[in-house]
Design a protein around this ligand. Structure first.
Ligand code: SF4
Length: 309
């Protein structure tokens, strides 16, 4: 994956401070030196946090996978003075899960940042590869279902009522395009960077990187010497969300700023989703859900007993 570092002719000047530039942001029609790029990046996160109404006095739990987005998010919030704690869920995937934990440890230790590591095996009794043998469903969809519910449960268990997620502008714009192409209007309501809690056992979720592109985040990681996990998840092949992001990348290449405009014009004048009709409770695990049995218990074909939490 490329980043936004560029070569400039002698005499070129940073748009903001007039020093020699290092970075070109085509979608903004600006060139920045490294320190002005960091200022731009932190300002984008700060503006998002202000929009969500979260001040530096409030401790923030950050969902960390070990990838570039979650580590950049954690770094930026830490730099902005937030008191943060990381939350990682280890999926038990050979090579990938240990490498992810290693990246988080190398990031958190020198900065003395606390984090909690839970494994799927301990919490649900099986790893993701073990679940794969029991289902024909696409693994990224299975993984998403599991992580969504576990993040909810563990956030509450960790004593927080909200959690910061590392979704970036590309993720949000790609998801919006996918929902539009498939006419999934029922998902539009939740297409928002801040999702308020709709149940005492469901934390709010917010996405402070929604104003920043994937390549801006990669550039930020390089400037801060953050080393995201390099190993790839063995189940990563063929996720359809990648195709929608690639389609937007093509448009962005031809018309810089398109991705940003596409998402921002959609979000303009929209309000955070409102609490929905009251939830029921899963009869097996007691988690909030719409039906009689939650999606995780359905997936695991759980017939008795609460999960190991
Ligand atoms: Fe989960 Fe898919 Fe990501 Fe692998 S690639 S960690 S299965 S969402």
């Amino acid at each position: 994956m490329n980043d936004f570092f560029a070569q400039f002719p002698a005499g070129a000047k940073c748009t903001r401070c007039k020093q020699p530039p290092d970075i070109r942001l085509r979608s903004h029609h600006v060139i920045y030196c490294s320190s002005c790029f960091l200022h731009y990046f932190h300002t984008a996160v700060k503006r998002a946090m202000r929009k969500f109404g979260i001040t530096p006095e409030q401790p923030v739990l950050v969902a960390v996978s070990g990838g570039k987005d979650s580590l950049a998010l954690w770094a930026a919030l830490h730099e902005l003075g937030y008191h943060t704690r990381g939350l990682h869920i280890s999926l038990g995937i050979d090579g990938f899960s240990d490498a992810s934990i290693g990246s988080i440890r190398r990031f958190a230790e020198p900065r003395q940042l606390p984090w909690a590591n839970y494994s799927l095996k301990e919490v649900l009794g099986c790893t993701l590869p073990e679940i794969r043998r029991r289902t024909r469903r696409k693994m990224c969809s299975v993984c998403g279902t599991l992580k969504r519910q576990l993040i909810n449960r563990l956030t509450i268990q960790e004593g927080f009522s909200a959690i910061a997620m590392g979704h970036n502008l590309d993720d949000e714009a790609g998801r919006l395009l996918g929902n539009m192409v498939r006419h999934r209007s029922e998902y539009f309501e939740r297409q928002y960077p801040y999702l308020p809690s709709t149940h005492p056992r469901l934390p709010s979720k917010f996405k402070p990187l929604y104003r920043l592109e994937a390549l801006e985040i990669l550039t930020y990681c390089k400037l801060n010497r953050i080393e995201p996990v390099a190993a790839r998840c063995e189940f990563a092949r063929g996720a359809t969300s990648h195709s929608f992001k690639q389609a937007l990348d093509l448009l962005e290449e031809a018309m810089p700023g398109t991705k940003r405009d596409f998402l921002y014009t959609y979000l303009e004048n929209r309000q955070p989703p409102q609490p929905e009709s009251p939830y029921g409770t899963c009869r097996f695990c007691g988690e909030p859900c719409y039906a009689d049995v939650c999606s995780v218990c359905n997936l695991l074909d759980r017939q008795a007993g609460p999960p190991n939490l």
